[in-house]
Design a binder for this molecule. Structure first.
Ligand code: MIC
Ligand code: SF4
Length: 640
């Protein structure tokens, strides 16, 4: 049977389960990555599991999110991460070395390997033909302990690229087109596999923009074949030995087909506040712009920077615009220093930031009130920039640079600049990557006061009565649940403090409501928990006593995180029941000792005297975990 590329790699790694779409399969994981904002928790959990040395082929711990260091908290996290990596066999990429996905792409990702990372943009490595998936920190810790990662067996969508991108149109516009067609929930349970003659003109960095932002489709991951372009990239990175050709068999079958004729695409922007609110630049042209930010793991590669520099060369930004530039890795920054592009940026008036996530995660550079900010990033969720009233538009580096000069939305097709045939980055520098200690027993773990013990859940009671403490609409993101930003992020290893910020943009004082009511139930619409992989969006609600989330549907990673922390994920069997529930209704959960994955759970609304049939969103294998109050409790109970 001819196989597509996804099947080839995935099937070689599946340890158990049926290869039927949406049925759970256990996948062997070759590589893991963590970043600091989720990594501290992942390693605290790894320690709690009693793992001595990681069992993967390669595990890397990156520091790229929390690098502002106002106060001791971030630095405490960094010191902890560095020591825990040295002790447990993990490579450590020091703060400033680059954004995890960019550095992993340049230095470590390999064709044919599986990778999970405690960050939802881990699929970036799909540009090098890895099956790379975002996961909660606990699942990454389990993979480091040598356990497989469980996913619903995906459907595979063939995205056939035809033709060639016109001048001024970029790979960002390809993924924006797909988001426009499919929406932020259109990829749930699917892997997007790219094929077609259009591939040959897309370099690895351009492919990485697409696989990175494929996360915004809700997709399990995205993948490109390993071809001549892959070899070119790996050779320049002194990694030709990591290359092997990998592609779908001729006549391989796919579950769905999407054809994109690249020659018909135009520059586009995702408008506030969703990555799928896509409009052509033509419709926005001439509107005033206040801020432009070029960087983030989506568009901070060497070529992205070179295209922006080509447009900015010899120009000065408009007086009404603030331009910030953050290259994705030190390698890229050094290369830009060497070839003069950095000078171009500075001369044009750009403010240069360190090689980290920075403004993408609200770590500085918040726009002004009502400001219009054009960013080459992947997410423009409400409040994420740090200014709730600002409008964030997601665009290509070309649109960003052209608009920075014009002071209004501008179309790069109208400008004359070099937009292709850039050399691939040939600069290699691993000096800020630390290797694990040879004598791990001598390493002492550094635990500053910001590293708090991990809160654990109670066992699931056989029955309980709880109030609906919040009722939400569709597409609630993990940025709503556990917000990011400079004020909150330092507390990622301090759940008690973090829990005071939960839903702060939806319901002020949510934590107090939970405390007064001894926990409660969350009710939501479609695609609950989209966006980031942060397990804090399950962990902090668990800490506040949330026992179940009843929604119309869930995003994949968040669903797994809820189960990991012992929160029941349930879906309305009859979606119209959603309309009959109100905040503060009291729900009665009974017979939970007989919890089943195949039978609906009948829950009684005491306030309205109604019964609801709720469909479990977990499998039979998750039931002991849920009953134990989460994965860690379960693992511990197995060890007793
Ligand atoms: C994000 O882009 O939202 C983040 C910040 O990188 C998150 C991880 C986090 O919340 O720490 C992600 O995408 O998973
Ligand atoms: Fe960092 Fe932004 Fe990428 Fe998340 S999306 S990893 S915050 S650069």
């Amino acid at each position: 049977m001819p196989k597509n590329l996804t099947q080839k790699i995935l099937d070689a790694h599946i340890q158990s389960g049926d290869k039927i779409p949406s049925s759970p399969v256990d996948v062997k994981i070759d590589q893991t990555l963590t970043q600091d904002a989720t990594g501290t928790m992942a390693y605290i959990q790894l320690e709690a599991m009693g793992v001595d040395q990681v069992k993967t082929e390669l595990s890397v711990s990156y520091v790229d999110h929390n690098t502002l260091q106002s106060g001791f908290m971030n630095a405490d996290d960094h010191a902890y991460l560095q020591s825990v990596a040295a002790k447990h066999g993990v490579l450590f990429s020091r703060p400033g070395n680059g954004i995890c996905h960019q550095v992993h792409l340049e230095r470590f990702a390999k064709p044919g390997k599986t990778l999970i990372g405690s960050d939802s943009h881990t699929p970036t490595a799909g540009a090098l033909a890895s099956i790379a998936m975002g996961a909660g920190g606990l699942d990454v810790a389990k993979a480091m302990a040598g356990l497989p990662y469980t996913i619903p067996y995906p459907k595979v969508v063939e995205v056939r690229l035809e033709g060639k991108l016109p001048h001024g149109v970029s790979s960002k516009d390809i993924i924006l087109e797909l988001l426009k067609r499919r929406s932020v929930k259109g990829g749930v349970g699917k892997i997007f596999e790219y094929t077609g003659e259009g591939l040959k003109d897309l370099s690895v960095y351009q492919r990485a923009t697409i696989t990175n932002m494929g996360a915004e489709l809700g997709a399990t991951t995205s993948i490109f074949p390993s071809d001549e372009r892959t070899l070119e990239f790996l050779t320049k990175q002194n990694r030709a030995q990591d290359w092997k050709e990998l592609k779908a068999d001729p006549d391989a079958a796919y579950d769905e087909l999407e054809v994109i004729d690249l020659s018909t695409l135009t520059p586009a922007a995702a408008c506030p506040n969703s990555p799928d609110a896509v409009k052509p630049i033509d419709e926005l042209k001439g509107q005033k712009v206040d801020q432009v930010a070029i960087g983030s793991c989506t568009n901070s590669g060497f070529e992205d920077m070179m295209k922006a520099a080509a447009i900015l060369k010899g120009k000065t930004i408009a007086p009404n615009v603030s331009l910030v530039v953050s290259p994705g890795s030190r390698q890229v920054l050094i290369k830009l220093m060497e070839n003069g592009a950095l000078q171009t940026f500075v001369k044009a008036g750009a403010r240069i930031l360190e090689c980290t996530c920075g403004p993408c995660i609200g770590m500085g550079q918040s726009p002004k009130s009502e400001g219009v900010s054009l960013r080459t990033f992947n997410r423009n969720f409400y409040g994420r920039s740090g200014t709730n009233s600002a409008g964030v538009y997601l665009v290509s580096p070309e649109v960003a640079a052209a608009s920075a000069i014009a002071g209004v939305f501008a179309d790069p097709r109208e400008l004359d600049y070099q937009d292709s045939d850039f050399e691939q980055i040939d600069y290699v520098d691993d000096s800020m990557i630390l290797y694990p200690f040879e004598n791990p027993e001598e390493v002492e773990i550094i635990r500053g006061p910001n590293i708090k013990p991990l809160p654990l859940n109670d066992k699931l009671p056989d029955s309980f009565d709880k109030k609906v403490v919040i009722k939400l609409g569709d597409n609630i993101t993990t940025d709503h649940i556990a917000p990011a930003g400079a004020e909150v992020l330092p507390y990622r290893s301090n759940i008690e403090k973090l829990s005071t910020f939960v839903f702060r943009n939806n319901k002020e004082g949510f934590d107090k409501v939970c405390k007064e009511n001894n926990g409660g139930i969350i009710v939501a619409g479609e695609n609950y928990g989209q966006g980031s992989s942060r397990e804090h969006a399950a962990l902090a609600p668990m800490y506040l006593g949330i026992k179940a989330v009843i929604a119309k549907s869930f995003a994949r990673i968040h669903l797994a995180n809820l189960i990991n922390f012992g929160i029941l994920p349930l879906v309305f069997a009859n979606p119209a029941d959603y309309d009959t529930i109100d905040e503060m209704d009291e729900l009665v959960f009974d017979h939970l000792d007989e919890l089943s994955a195949d039978q609906p759970l009948i829950v009684h609304n005491k306030t309205k005297s109604l019964d609801y049939a709720l469909t479990p969103q977990f499998g039979a294998q998750d039931i002991p975990v849920l009953k134990a109050g989460g994965t860690l409790n379960y693992i511990r109970s197995m060890q007793d």
